[in-house]
Design a protein around this ligand. Structure first.
Ligand SMILES: Cc1cc2nc3c(=O)[nH]c(=O)nc-3n(C[C@H](O)[C@H](O)[C@H](O)COP(=O)(O)OP(=O)(O)OC[C@H]3O[C@@H](n4cnc5c(N)ncnc54)[C@H](O)[C@@H]3O)c2cc1C
Length: 322
C-alpha cells in the first residue's frame, strides 16, 4: 500500500491549489481524481465565459493570460493543465475514491484502482456531480438533460428550460440565439437577482418582447416523448416539447462525506462542520477545501474566494504532523 502525508480527493482548481502548497511545504502528497483534470470545468458549457477575470482564477503564482479580461472555459482548461505541469503535481486521473476511513494511524483510502494510506485527507470534492432532480414522471427520458454543452443540437427544436438562475438564463439565451424555440418554466415570480448583472437585462427584455416565452410561478408535473405538462397560476397546460433542460442546480456528495464521519450543522444548507481558521472538520486531520465547504449553498464559495483555503490548511497541517 502506498503511503502519503496527505491525500487530496479531487483535482479541481482548489485541489490543485492545495497540492501546490503541500509541495512547497515539502509534504509527500497525492491528488486522486475520478475524471479528467479539472473535471467539473471540463463539463461546463462548451462556450462558457467565466464571470471572474483571469487573474482571480490564478493559483500557484502561475500567470493566467487570456485574450479578454474574462477567460473562456477552453482557456481555463489550458491554464490548469499548465499549472499542473509547471508544478509537476502528483495526480492520478480517472481513479475514483470509493471509501476513505479514519484509523488510528491516519486514513485508509480505497479507489477504483488501488489502496492508499495517508496521515491527513483533504476533501476538495466540488458539487457538480449530483443534479437536483425534478422528481416528475418522464424525467428519465433521454430528452431530459441536467447538463448543457452547446446549442447546435437544439436548432429548430422546442426546448423547455427549467430554472431562473445563471445556468438556466445562459442556456435559454444561447439556444434561442442559435435557432431554438425556448420556453422557460420558473418556480419563482422573477429571474433571480444573482443572475450576472450584464446578462439579466438581456433575458428580461427577451421575455418582455416575447422572443422567449416564460411561465413564472410554474412547475413541470410530467414529461412525455413529445410534450410537457406544467402547473401555472392560470391552471395546468400541456406544451409541445422536444428537449427539457433542467438547470435546477447541483449538490455536494453528502453521503460520501457522512461515511467518512463529517458532521453537519442543523441549518437549511446542510453546512458541514469545520473550523474556518484551519479548514479542519470534526474528524481530526480531515480537511475541507473549495466549494464543498458551503453545503447546499453552492454559490458561497467559488475559485476566486476559496483558493486561499490551501494556505490555511497547510499552516495547520504542517504544525500538526511534524
Ligand atoms: C457555469 C459555471 C461558471 C462558473 N464561473 C466561475 C467564475 O467565473 N469564477 C469563479 O471563481 N468560480 C466560478 N464557478 C464556480 C467554480 O467553478 C467552482 O467553485 C470551482 O470549480 C470549485 O473548485 P473545487 O476545486 O472546489 O471543485 P471542483 O472544480 O468541482 O472539483 C472537484 C473535483 O473533485 C472530483 N471528485 C469528486 N468526487 C470524487 C471522488 N469520490 N473521487 C475522486 N475525485 C472526485 C470531481 O471530479 C472534480 O474534478 C463557476 C461554476 C459554474 C458551474
Amino acid at each position: 500500500m502506498e503511503k502519503y502525508d496527505v491525500a487530496i480527493i479531487g483535482a479541481g482548481p482548489i485541489g490543485l491549489a492545495c497540492a501546490i502548497e503541500f509541495k512547497k511545504a515539502g509534504l509527500n502528497y497525492l491528488i486522486i481524481e475520478k475524471g479528467c483534470l479539472v473535471n467539473s470545468l471540463y463539463h461546463y458549457p462548451m462556450n462558457m465565459t467565466f464571470f471572474s477575470t483571469s487573474e482571480r482564477l490564478e493559483i500557484g503564482d502561475v500567470p493566467f493570460i487570456s485574450s479578454n479580461p474574462k477567460p473562456t472555459r477552453v482557456e481555463a482548461l489550458e491554464y490548469y493543465r499548465r499549472v499542473c505541469s509547471s508544478w509537476d503535481l502528483n495526480v492520478r486521473l480517472y481513479e475514483e475514491v470509493k471509501e476513505a476511513k479514519k484509523s488510528n494511524e491516519g486514513f485508509s483510502i480505497v479507489t477504483t484502482k488501488g489502496k492508499y494510506s495517508s496521515r491527513a485527507v483533504i476533501l476538495a470534492l466540488g458539487f457538480y456531480d449530483l443534479p437536483y432532480l425534478l422528481n416528475v414522471p418522464g424525467e428519465n427520458l433521454p430528452k431530459v438533460k441536467h447538463y448543457y454543452d452547446e446549442p447546435h443540437p437544439y436548432y429548430l427544436q422546442k426546448i423547455a428550460v427549467i430554472g431562473a438562475a445563471n445556468s438556466a438564463v445562459d442556456v435559454a439565451l444561447e439556444t434561442w440565439r442559435k435557432g431554438a424555440e425556448v420556453t422557460m418554466i420558473i418556480r419563482e415570480g422573477e429571474i433571480r437577482d444573482s443572475v450576472k448583472y450584464w446578462v439579466k437585462p438581456d433575458i428580461e427584455n427577451r421575455i418582455k418582447e416575447g422572443s422567449i416565452k416564460a411561465y413564472f410561478n410554474s412547475t413541470v408535473t410530467r414529461i412525455t416523448e413529445t410534450q410537457i405538462e406544467i402547473k401555472t397560476t392560470e391552471g395546468n397546460k400541456t406544451l409541445d416539447n422536444d428537449f427539457v433542460m433542467a438547470m435546477t442546480g447541483y449538490q455536494p456528495p453528502f453521503e460520501f462525506m457522512e461515511n467518512i464521519g463529517i458532521q453537519f450543522q442543523n441549518d437549511e444548507f446542510h453546512t458541514p462542520v469545520y473550523n474556518e481558521q484551519t479548514m479542519e472538520t470534526n474528524v481530526p486531520k480531515l480537511y475541507l477545501a473549495g466549494v464543498v465547504c458551503g453545503g447546499l449553498k453552492t454559490n458561497k464559495w467559488f475559485i476566486e474566494n476559496s483558493r486561499d483555503h490551501a494556505k490555511l490548511i497547510v499552516k495547520n497541517l504542517v504544525s500538526s504532523i511534524n
